[in-house]
Design a protein around this ligand. Structure first.
Ligand code: LUZ
Ligand code: MOS
Length: 776
């Protein structure tokens, strides 16, 4: 090296494809990572509470607010009438009033908002409000809505071939129904927002949201302001899982409305019960199917109706039901299929995004069907699944016309997991155990996942980022994604570090905020790193190109001889540390800040024919779970579970492994433990952890073997050929549900069909056992 210094020239630490700790790991485990509620409160801050409807459907005849208004410490008691801008905050179409006008449409709907000096005072005042109702008839279930034709938007059908003819001609045919339960997000941090008037007629809102631009949009609408008067920031969320995709806006807009009327900062931190009552959940589904198949269990024709409980408004339900329809094939070729999705309107909370976004429900339906087909024929369900897998060249197009270009990864994953989990050996062992055990029964199930990656709404498949290089060689990155525990900032720091060839420790990814990166889509659909990582890469490339041109000029070498490597820039036989290059470039008036944008290529969709290529690619996985059931009590455990998940070209295998484990456990909670229970008047009675049971560490499979499959980098040009991992592994949990079903079926020697609705709580497992016993 002929000039500059060589100190700091050493291999890059923290680049892509390396296992790095989450950038906040230490702060998470020591409790020092600030969430919205931990921000220092400004003087004069008030606290919010809401009065929720306790009627599922009723006209509001009047309210008595005087008692609440005169309580000590109360500064505002507001109704819909106090909204200066638009009342409706529907994410896609109107239907969600910020506060109920003269009608309530679900028990839990906010009617009155209160601001007071303490949270307790606010809650006491909200309780003091009296609302006078005239009850109206309420529709509570998707079955009732279906019967009466009540929908939040029209039903859709995806069609391929002639399912009716295939069903008529099939050697075997089964019809059935299934109910798949919903799920509360149960993020550890409930919904929260802190709205601060800026003194110039604008607002700064700290919000726990996956979608800061949506919060900005809705706050502006409600207050009658242009979007440029509202800035929304989110440093991190304590979990979100889809629950903070659209519905965080409701909470933030209530805080902002109160701030507007009191001219004070207002914090609205929902307590758990109110959060569970007021905000939407995973859609529960009612499913009907009619399937025709041959003697090997190969599906010849399928008609399926998927009816979702959307609740009282549309919210994101169109996308959710679309995604359920898109995943009604899971990994299986359906030569003739008619898949219909119904968006049922009910007097319950408006259901919303939840990790998988309808995909899990569609997959649960087809996995139940394949399982019943196998049982009907007395074949091992694994063989029937194999017989139905997508395969080129003739059996690789989905029922919506998209080619599954890498279908051959499925048999690869099947072979690998069948071998490594000792599936055949354990199938024999399970049968031997069951033959000798009249009460305890074991079950085993092998299920695949094929999950489409991209937002199904085209315009959401874009992202932007902002990168600054400072003169000391440190780098600040901002992007449109939000951090909810999934480690997006860690991965994006790795991506930018790799591009500049500097240590990731020299990078800082700052809070997501609408005044740095505007108009960002939500962090959702598993696309956070795919989209924002590419945008950040593009921004870094712009700066790198400028630095390359500058160094070439400065060192009098052709640009091809400028290389970024080992925390330094090499130009011909010159080498300068990255910081020196930054400083020198600045002195020579080279701009060191850039934005980047990215849009997903190749995707398109024709709503008229319900066909196209909605997904850039698919993510895959396979799972084998073993269940042990006490058939006299319905209690069960999962002695062993083997997961193999396709994380090709993982940016950060440590984080991805965590995503696979966490998603699986959350999926198992959905399918087994977490039961939402409404009473006959449409009131949710499971609105706290006392009655709503999420899985705990004791519910983990005793022997839990999780591996990432990285033999095949993404065939598409994704960020460093990686694959999205947030949602797909949730559906590996279907193997746990079907293992329970297999154990129950063993009680009747696998001779009878079994219906085991989700969640398969011990109560439902016991009822299923009794149904099998009755059949002899
Ligand atoms: N959100 C959304 C999602 O708006 N559109 C989607 O397709 C989607 N998919 C999964 C999760 N969230
Ligand atoms: Mo989501 S279900 O907000 O990706």
């Amino acid at each position: 090296m002929t000039d500059g210094t060589n100190h700091g020239v050493r291999p890059v630490r923290g680049g892509v494809h390396t296992a790095q700790a989450h950038d906040s790991a230490l702060r998470h485990v020591t409790g020092s990572a600030p969430y919205v509620d931990d921000l220092p409160e400004l003087p004069g801050t008030l606290h919010a509470a809401v009065r929720l409807s306790d009627k599922a459907h009723a006209r509001i005849l009047g309210m008595d607010l005087a008692g609440a208004r005169t309580m000590p410490g109360v500064h505002a008691v507001l109704t819909y009438d106090d909204v200066p801008g638009e009342l409706d905050i529907g994410a896609i179409l109107p239907g969600d009033p910020l506060l109920a006008p003269d009608l309530v449409e679900y028990a839990g709907q906010p009617v009155v908002a209160v601001a007071a000096e303490t949270m307790l005072a606010a809650r006491a005042a909200a309780r003091r409000v009296e609302v006078f109702y005239e009850p109206l008839p309420a529709i509570l279930t998707p079955e009732e809505a279906l019967e009466q034709g009540l929908f939040v938007s029209p039903s859709q059908t995806m069609r391929r071939g002639d399912a009716a003819a295939a069903l008529n001609g099939a050697p075997h045919r089964l019809r059935g129904e299934l109910r798949i339960g919903g799920q509360d997000h149960f993020y550890l941090e409930t919904h929260i927002a802190y709205a601060i008037p800026d003194g110039d007629g604008g607002y700064k809102v700290h919000s726990s949201t996956q979608h800061p631009s949506e919060v900005q949009h809705q706050v502006a609408k409600v207050l009658g302001l242009p979007m440029n008067a509202v800035t929304v920031e989110c440093r991190r969320m304590g979990g979100a899982f889809g629950g903070k995709e659209s519905q965080a806006a409701h909470v933030a807009a209530i805080a902002a409305l109160l701030a507007h009327h009191t001219r004070r900062p207002v914090k609205f931190r929902m307590d758990r019960d109110d959060d569970m009552l007021m905000t939407g959940k995973r859609h529960d589904f009612f499913v009907r199917y009619d399937v025709g198949f041959d003697g090997e269990g190969r599906i010849l024709g399928l008609e399926m109706e998927l009816a979702a409980r959307c609740g009282m408004s549309l919210d994101l339900s169109n996308g959710v039901v679309d995604r359920a329809m898109f995943h009604a094939d899971n990994a299986y070729f359906l030569p003739h299929a008619t898949i219909t999705g119904h968006r049922c309107r009910t007097n319950t909370v408006s259901n919303t995004a939840f990790r998988g976004f309808g995909g899990p429900q569609g997959m649960a339906a087809i996995e139940h069907v394949v399982d019943e087909v196998a049982r009907h024929l007395g074949r091992d369900a694994l063989d029937v699944r194999r017989a139905n897998l997508y395969a080129a060249p003739e059996r690789d197009v989905t029922h919506y016309g998209m080619r599954v270009e890498d279908a051959d990864i499925l048999p690869e994953l099947f072979d690998e997991l069948e071998r490594s989990s000792d599936y055949r050996e354990r199938r024999r062992a399970v049968a031997a155990f069951n033959a000798a055990s009249p009460v305890l029964k074991k079950g085993l199930a092998f299920t695949p996942v094929k999950f489409g990656i991209s937002f199904t709404a085209l315009h959401l498949n874009q992202a932007a980022a902002l990168v600054h290089v400072y003169t000391d060689g440190s780098v600040q990155v901002n992007h449109g994604g939000t951090e909810m525990g999934q480690g997006i900032h860690t991965k994006i720091a790795q991506i930018v570090a790799e591009e500049f060839q500097i240590d990731a420790a020299r990078l800082r990814v700052t809070a997501s905020v609408t005044d740095k990166v505007p108009n960002a889509p939500p962090s959702a659909a598993s696309t956070g790193t795919d989209l924002n990582g590419m945008a950040a890469l593009n921004a870094a490339r712009t700066i790198k190109e400028r630095l390359t041109a500058f160094m070439a000029d400065h060192c009098k070498v052709p640009p091809e001889q400028v290389a970024f490597r080992d925390n330094a820039v090499f130009a011909g036989n010159h080498a300068l540390g990255f910081a020196e290059v930054a400083k020198l470039a600045f002195l020579n008036r080279v701009p060191l800040s850039a934005t980047g944008h990215y849009k997903t290529p190749k995707i398109h969709w024709d709503p008229a024919t319900q066909s196209g290529r909605p997904f850039f690619y698919f993510a895959y996985g396979v799972a084998v779970t073993e269940a042990l059931v006490d058939t006299l009590t319905g209690e069960y455990r999962f002695p062993r579970c083997d997961l193999l998940h396709d994380c090709s070209g993982s940016i950060n295998p440590a984080i991805d492994l965590g995503q696979v484990e966490g998603a699986f456990v959350q999926g198992l909670g959905w399918l087994t433990a977490e039961e939402l229970w409404w009473d006959g008047e449409g009131r949710l009675r499971t609105h706290a952890p006392s009655t709503y049971k999420i899985p705990t560490s004791r519910d983990l499979p005793a022997d839990f073997r999780v591996r990432l499959y990285d033999a095949r980098p993404n065939r598409e040009e994704t960020i460093h050929r990686s694959k999205a991992v947030g949602e797909p592994p949730l559906m590996l949990a279907l193997s746990g549900w079907l293992a329970l079903k297999d154990a129950v079926a063993a009680l009747g020697g696998h001779r009878h069909p079994v219906r085991l609705d989700a969640p398969a709580t011990p109560e439902r497992v016991l009822l299923a056992c009794e149904a099998v016993r009755r059949q002899g």
